[in-house]
Design a protein around this ligand. Sequence first.
Ligand SMILES: NC(=O)c1ccc[n+]([C@@H]2O[C@H](COP(=O)([O-])OP(=O)(O)OC[C@H]3O[C@@H](n4cnc5c(N)ncnc54)[C@H](OP(=O)(O)O)[C@@H]3O)[C@@H](O)[C@H]2O)c1
Length: 318
Amino acid sequence: MKNKRILITGGTGSFGRAFAKKILTEEDPHSIVIFSRDEWKQWEMRNSDPIFQSEKIRYFLGDIRDRSRLKRAFQDVNYVVHAAALKQVPAAEYNPTEFILTNVLGSSHIIEASLDAGVEKVIALSTDKAVNPVNLYGATKLCADKLFISGNSYVGRRGFPIFSVARYGNVLKSRGSLIELWKKKIQEGAKSLPITDERMTRFWMTIEQATSFVVQSLREMQGGEIFVPKIPSMKICDVAKTLAPNLPTEIVGIREGEKVHELLISEEEGRRTVDRGSYYVISGKESKELFMPEGFFYGSQNNDQWLKPEELSQLLAN
Ligand SMILES: NC(=O)c1ccc[n+]([C@@H]2O[C@H](COP(=O)([O-])OP(=O)(O)OC[C@H]3O[C@@H](n4cnc5c(N)ncnc54)[C@H](OP(=O)(O)O)[C@@H]3O)[C@@H](O)[C@H]2O)c1
């Protein structure tokens, strides 16, 4: 990314901040544009760390629903990392149109603006909830994945922009995450931790893993791939026991829009998936690489990597 102009939509979010910091310290970019709506979050980000006062960072207020603002922001940009999204599952169920406008329509605006401005590479962040979705958040992210992959059909003879997706599971310590909510409850003196289903498993990763994975995906993308990291699973009740070994758990029943296990690669996608060691690629094109055997899927329950309680404690302490 040396000397590249990089724009991060949702640059003030958990991912955006960590990604901006990583590329400023490791990649020597020409400049970074932080694109988001809320002036307060931008002010708070700028003042949270001296690195965010770098002359290389430009704070750009705008909404991805607004095409003209995106057009202005994307001028001379080389790479776009699309992290802006609405992401709270219950909020999506109550405000479906808002999620569709931001996560679906906003994503299509990113594609159009990238094509018009001649951006070179565009990568969108996706989630396990987009695979065989059961809630509106996941469904909007699935639409966004499809829009990005199909964006490659407009590339034409000039050969760019190319579009790919990086899809991963729960990020520890990200804003609004379950663990953060539980930590708050524990601090407030909760007598028990609510768990919806004892069998429930999830994929877990750190923000450092997420940002490194996106850097690597940006480097390797040819257009049309969905990149999926191999990350460990852990049962939700083991997470609760690790956070508060002395607190009982209370089974409250599975909520609407929740799955017992998450999927990062469905069986249908498995037929177009290649194994690259530390990660998988769901290929958009014919591939010379060997696809996974029939019946392969990557679920949080059939994972061969499991996070141990002491490993989780260590990750949370860092
Ligand atoms: N956190 C996870 O566990 C996780 C897991 C898998 C995938 N992901 C994906 O990773 C991405 C980043 O997640 P995150 O945890 O960093 O989320 P986050 O902390 O909630 O940040 C979201 C960012 O998007 C911006 N935003 C929201 N609506 C916008 C709009 N209409 N126009 C412009 N900016 C907008 C927000 O700023 P303003 O409100 O100021 O606009 C904020 O900067 C999302 O696409 C999410 O789906 C997250």
